[in-house]
Design a protein. Structure first.
Length: 320
């Protein structure tokens, strides 16, 4: 299901089934602002994009849609997508996120299996008084930050309200939109809440494996990341980690997150992207990033790729 909006935005999205996602993977999330809503009497979504400086032809064609008049706020009528389905179960979105996260994990399939085996051994060695509080999903889902927090997993979902950080205000926004007649079947947050937030440090262990593929000894990588994991754990402990979840439960709004799987997909996309272009200089990296709509949109808002004090003519080395 493609995400509609910028990294800081919160928008409604409806989209293709898992079968289509591979076809659209390189194009997801590339609309500057807007909503995707099933119009009255139609099963397929219509994407409405707010006014903005964006190449409509490239963006709309990436979604399998026809660009149209940009003077009105931009309405892109849908074309046929193979196997398109606009309603999925909440459970299906969660399971798809976990599956795709594993498929694109930098550790590889065996690396994920090794991690799960370590998790199993840690669980078995827990003292009896702590076993009831162990992660109930850690033996089937390697991503502690990917969870359904509120809602029946069998809930039908056609339209979601999605964003990077969906907190109490965004839950209230979903409820307000419902009051105004806008269908919001669920909320998706990239950054986790509740259990996913309190266990956020656990998903950071993968960083040591990633560094190892770049030549950092695994024991050195683990020492560094374990120190950082402890910092994150301490920072999260005093937060009101369940607030947005409690509000969603009271208002009856299904609520879920998929953090690391989404990050894994981005890592894979950018890895393939740079492998195709083989940038030699730092400015080549910068130019390549600015070819992507997300980075162009951010640059137009004053947040371009940042290269620090490095010279654009300096050699890039290995880009990952």
């Amino acid at each position: 299901m493609p995400r509609v909006g910028t990294s800081r935005g919160r928008f409604l999205a409806g989209g293709p089934s898992a079968r289509d996602r591979g076809r659209l993977r390189a194009h997801t999330g590339r609309l500057p602002t807007g909503v995707a809503l099933p119009p009255g009497g139609h099963r397929r979504p219509v994407i409405v994009v707010a006014r903005g400086n964006v190449n409509l032809e490239s963006v709309c064609s990436g979604y399998g849609r026809n660009p149209c008049d940009s003077r009105c706020g931009i309405r892109c009528e849908p074309t046929t997508l193979i196997g398109e389905r606009t309603t999925v179960k909440l459970r299906e979105m969660y399971e798809t996120a976990v599956r795709m996260g594993i498929e694109s994990d930098p550790r590889g399939e065996q690396g994920v299996k090794d991690y799960m085996e370590r998790a199993k051994r840690r669980r078995e060695t827990l003292p009896p008084h702590l076993k009831p509080f162990a992660d109930p999903q850690e033996l089937t889902n390697p991503f502690a930050d990917t969870r359904i927090y509120v809602g029946d997993p069998e809930t039908d979902v056609t339209t979601i309200l999605a964003g990077i950080d969906m907190n109490t205000g965004e839950v209230l926004l979903a409820d307000r939109l419902r009051e105004k007649g806008v269908a919001v079947d669920a909320i998706y947050t990239h950054h986790p809440e509740g259990w996913g937030l309190t266990r956020l440090d656990k998903v950071m262990e993968v960083q040591a494996d990633i560094w190892a593929t770049l030549g950092v000894p695994i024991q050195a990588g683990e020492k560094l990341i374990f120190e950082r994991m402890d910092e994150v754990k301490r920072r999260v402990m005093p937060t009101n980690y369940d607030q947005a979840i409690d509000v969603a439960r009271l208002l009856g709004v299904p609520f879920f997150s998929a953090h690391t799987p989404t990050d894994n997909l981005v890592v894979r996309f950018l890895g393939d992207y740079f492998a195709d272009r083989e940038p030699k200089l730092i400015e080549d990296v910068e130019k390549a990033l600015l070819e992507l709509p997300e980075y162009r949109i951010a640059a137009l808002k004053g947040a371009p790729p940042y290269v620090g004090k490095s010279s654009g003519k300096a050699r890039a080395g290995k880009v990952w």
